[in-house]
Design a protein around this ligand. Structure first.
Ligand SMILES: [Zn+2]
Length: 628
């Protein structure tokens, strides 16, 4: 079988590059930075010729104009002395470029590629070991979302946040926007009086109206992140805390009180937390993700705050990324499962440590069932862990597959080798590859050398090539089963034999059980039955957004009109893609539903981040410019 693991990543580099790299190894100052970077189909950069290794940002944030402007200084390693510097840039206004002696350098901004944006090529003089680019973002800079005061919780001040993953950092900073290129960074950010700037870095404080930051550990560019708003901070422990709008910061701190316990559990499982502080920033509901693992400062959706800690597995997930993703990073977006599958497995282990096996088993089973449902509707080629994304946007690979199939692969290895041996392996893996970006074939080689080779008899129980390079779910995939969810299956059976909802034994049910209950509703569910369920359990009035989102999808599918108003309010206020995608998909299944979706979307679209509109535009065949 011919698959990509048979090709060494080095073989994709030209001989000239290897020579340049070899030559460069004699220079101890840049020894760390010159490991070859694998080819990345989603970047114009040529990091094996000239490599950016440090980013120094100086920006002023202008809420009225919705732009940030200033300069970025990039420190370079010159692997090929004759090569220009090639950067990624998207929707940026480039003013000028200067070399390390402060004199101008010629540059060209190529016409934008539809997926990747432009290549920004800067000619270098032989002595240049840095360049300065003066630039401004534009309102089309997709990483940045500018919110009016009305779109925040408190309604008093505007808000700005950036979302870099996967390939959006290039829309607010011109740089080599490939996860294989690791950089340290420093930043000086000016914001209007009364607002606070926070970043995925060590905060050095406010000095002469300038917020200062420093990240001394090399990170992939998608993890550079900025938030600006009216924010307050609450400490949760000596190294953990939360930033949120003033009216919410105490409630947020209460819901997140177990954070320190999670960090300790994670360290006990897989080695030290290496980033110093672990803080969190609660964003307005427009945030397109559940959470984003920006180092030292996880960005969070407010939709995870259910008031009862029932959705805090999200924190376990983002925290786990401090190892899988931020410490050991997918080298290209084909390798996304290395970030997400490992993190999902790690998240389940943290949940087990902090909240017990029953909670973790419920979450594993829900994840498995979600995978089975979505896999049934996917093109088989997209169910491969080492997915082929050439010619496509990386976000098309962000499905249940890298998360859940990836986690099942690690779970299978744990089953075969035993927990103790597998934990030892993962701990060594994080340590050996710390602050590196690796490919799936490199992971495979590491796995074979450090786990499989140590016990060939056990290794024979798993077909690694099938797991990594073939579509579908291998026959040996573990099948999580939760006794708590079996109770729910019993209730569903009763309901199927025409019991009224009041007769069901739902005593003590938690969020995960309610989710399983709603996902298990029969295909012939009627609006009358929904009304009866609603009268008993008040789903339409739920303030748990996970439960509400599933209920609203059922309401669309089965014509339960009493939830219409709640649906519209939800779509107008929440921007989290995970919720929007199934709701708009369900609406688009009928002509009348699609018409209604278009009416809602015309108003709601300006409130969503580009990550979400990129997905919903496709679902609704929305032409940019339609009724905007
Ligand atoms: Zn994740």
């Amino acid at each position: 079988m011919n698959h990509p693991s048979l090709t060494s990543p080095l073989s994709t580099l030209g001989a000239g590059v290897l020579l340049a790299l070899a030559g460069c190894r004699s220079n101890p100052a840049s020894a760390e930075a010159v490991l070859p970077v694998p080819l990345d189909a989603h970047s114009h950069a040529e990091p094996n010729r000239v490599r950016v290794r440090h980013v120094d940002l100086d920006l002023t944030v202008d809420f009225a104009a919705r732009v940030a402007s200033g300069r970025v200084e990039l420190d370079l390693v010159r692997l090929d002395p004759s090569a220009p510097l090639v950067l990624d840039a998207l929707a940026l206004e480039i003013q000028d470029a200067t070399g390390s002696d402060g004199t101008p350098r010629d540059f060209t901004l190529a016409p934008p590629d539809e997926l990747l944006g432009s290549a920004l090529t800067i000619e270098l003089e032989p002595w240049d070991d840095s360049v300065v680019v003066r630039y401004a973002t534009t309102p089309a800079s997709e990483a940045m979302q500018w919110l009016t005061p009305e779109q925040t919780r408190d309604g008093t001040h505007p808000f700005l946040f950036t979302q870099g993953e996967s390939i959006l950092t290039r829309s607010w900073i011109p740089l080599q926007d490939s996860p294989g290129v690791r950089v340290t960074y420093a930043a000086r950010i000016r914001v209007p009086d009364g607002l606070t700037a926070v970043m995925s870095a060590e905060q050095l404080g406010l000095e002469d109206g300038v917020w200062r930051f420093r990240m001394e550990r090399p990170i992939p560019p998608y993890l550079i992140a900025l938030g600006v708003g009216r924010l307050e901070f609450r400490a949760l422990s000596a190294r953990c805390g939360v930033w949120a709008e003033p009216s919410f910061v105490d409630a947020a701190a209460a819901e997140l009180e177990d954070t320190e316990a999670m960090v300790r559990s994670a360290e006990k499982l897989f080695g030290p937390y290496r980033w110093g502080r672990y803080d969190m920033l609660v964003l307005p509901p427009a945030f397109p993700y559940g959470g984003m693992e920006n180092p030292r400062l996880t960005f969070l959706t407010p939709t995870m705050f259910a008031g009862d800690k029932s959705l805090v597995s999200l924190i376990a997930h983002e925290l786990a990324h401090s190892w899988s993703g931020n410490l050991v990073t997918n080298a290209t977006w084909r390798d996304f499962w290395l970030n997400e599958g490992t993190t999902t497995y790690f998240e389940q282990r943290i949940m087990e440590e902090v909240y017990g096996p029953a909670r973790s088993e419920m979450e594993q089973q829900l994840g498995y069932e979600g995978l089975v449902r979505s896999k049934a509707e996917m093109d088989p080629r997209d169910t491969v862990l080492f997915i082929d994304l050439s010619g496509r946007h990386p976000d098309e690979g962000s499905t249940d597959v890298p998360y859940e199939k990836g986690a099942l692969f690690l779970r299978r290895l744990e089953q075969l080798f035993g927990r103790e041996r597998f934990d030892e392996f993962l701990t060594e893996y994080f340590d050996a590859n710390a602050f590196r970006s690796i490919t799936t074939p490199e992971f495979e080689a590491y796995l074979r050398a450090h786990l499989l080779a140590s016990d060939p008899a056990r290794a024979a129980g798993v077909d690694v090539e099938e797991w990594l390079y073939e579509p579908g779910l291998p026959a040996d995939a573990p099948r999580p089963a939760s006794a708590e969810l079996a109770r729910v299956d019993e209730a569903l059976r009763l309901l199927g034999s025409a019991a009224t909802s009041a007769e069901l034994d739902t005593d003590g049910w938690v969020t995960q059980q309610w989710l399983h209950f709603l996902e298990g509703m029969p295909a012939d569910l009627t609006a009358e039955r929904m009304a009866e369920l609603d009268a008993t359990f008040a789903f339409t009035a739920s303030d748990n957004d996970e439960i509400l989102a599933v209920w609203l999808r059922l309401a669309i599918a089965h014509g339960y009109a009493a939830a219409d108003e709640r649906l519209e309010l939800f779509l107008m206020t929440v921007g989290r893609r995970k919720f929007l995608q199934p709701l708009y998909t369900e609406l688009a299944k009928t002509e009348s539903g699609k018409l209604r979706a278009h009416q809602i979307y015309a108003q709601a679209r300006p409130r969503y981040h580009s990550v979400s509109t990129g997905t919903i535009d496709d679902i609704l065949d929305w032409e940019r410019g339609d009724s905007e």
